[in-house]
Design a protein around this ligand. Structure first.
Ligand code: AKG
Ligand code: FE2
Length: 282
């Protein structure tokens, strides 16, 4: 059919003094200059880090991190999380470790990511390198949290557990007995900021100055506290525990309601084993 109309078109054009070849070029096989790209041949993913930091509070330690997650890492994480979402839960129960649904407290979707994924493993390493001299032997697998239009939120809570959690021993340790642990460092990174509102709010932390960057921060009108705006790729780090290992109430924070659009964040928590030194060590 296609060939026919090409021929007819050719006849029409030659009748009117325009020469036209009606023979189609024979299709040829070309050598691909680099061969077919397989996954292994794609430039290897490199876990480079090029973030910069700004201190937001000294006590408790809170740090703003610019460019913590690179664009291509965000794309990868979003694809990885796409089919893993379920309704976010909160911890409850007498021991504080039963996960329950409580949509008044928390309304969002969570995707638990595999720690062995190359980008997840890199982000864990990136957090560990930020922790430097602070205990960072164990870090939980990253979790994506997605807030949708219409008020998805997470009311004020702390990331640390009320009572230490009995956990598997430090990886590689000869002692196989369960050890008390808690969440020491929190990183909350923004993967998607296409939303109205949805700031992360720390009511007990110092506000930023009026001269601060309005793309990253806001002032809490008539109130105190630190308001951090979702900004793709950037993150907040804070230290959840006092030096004696107990939870620091001043780290209480909330994900304010998303009025429209979508906010997507990423949680990474480092684990502190209470029977090991928190800072320094051998
Ligand atoms: O959504 C936010 O801004 C904070 C989320 C959070 O604190 C959490 O998931 O533990
Ligand atoms: Fe939190």
């Amino acid at each position: 059919m296609m060939l026919l109309s090409v021929l007819r078109c050719g006849q029409f054009l030659s009748k009117h003094g325009i020469t036209f070849s009606s023979t189609l070029d024979k299709i040829v096989s070309l050598q691909l200059p680099f061969g077919v790209l397989t996954q292994d041949e794609v430039a290897p993913y490199s876990c480079d880090q090029n973030y910069t930091i700004e201190l937001l509070s000294i006590d408790p330690l809170v740090i703003y991190i610019n460019n913590f997650v690179r664009d291509e890492e965000i794309e990868h994480l979003l694809a990885l999380g796409k089919d893993r979402f379920s309704t976010s839960m909160v911890f409850a129960g007498s021991d504080g470790f039963r996960e329950v649904l409580n949509r008044t407290m928390r309304s969002s979707q969570t995707a638990f990511l595999p720690k062995e994924d190359v980008v997840c493993a890199c982000l864990v390493k990136r957090m560990q390198s930020l922790l430097g001299n602070v205990q960072h032997v164990e870090v939980e697998a990253p979790q994506i949290v997605k807030y949708a239009t219409g008020g998805d939120h997470y009311r004020a809570h702390t990331d640390w557990f009320d009572a230490p959690k009995l956990d598997l021993p430090i990886p590689g340790s000869a002692d196989r007995s369960l050890k008390p642990s808690n969440r020491l460092g929190s990183i909350f990174a923004y993967l998607e900021d296409d939303c109205e509102r949805g700031e992360t709010y720390f009511p007990h932390l110092p506000s930023v100055l009026e001269s601060a960057d309005g793309r990253k921060f806001a002032l809490a009108a008539g109130d105190t506290g630190l308001l951090v705006k979702p900004r793709r790729g950037n993150a907040i780090f804070w230290n959840n525990l006092h030096p004696n290992g107990t939870g620091d109430e001043r780290t209480s924070h909330a994900g304010l309601p998303v009025e429209s659009g979508t906010k997507i964040g990423l949680n990474i928590w480092s684990r502190y084993f209470l029977d090991e030194v928190m800072v320094g060590g051998d």
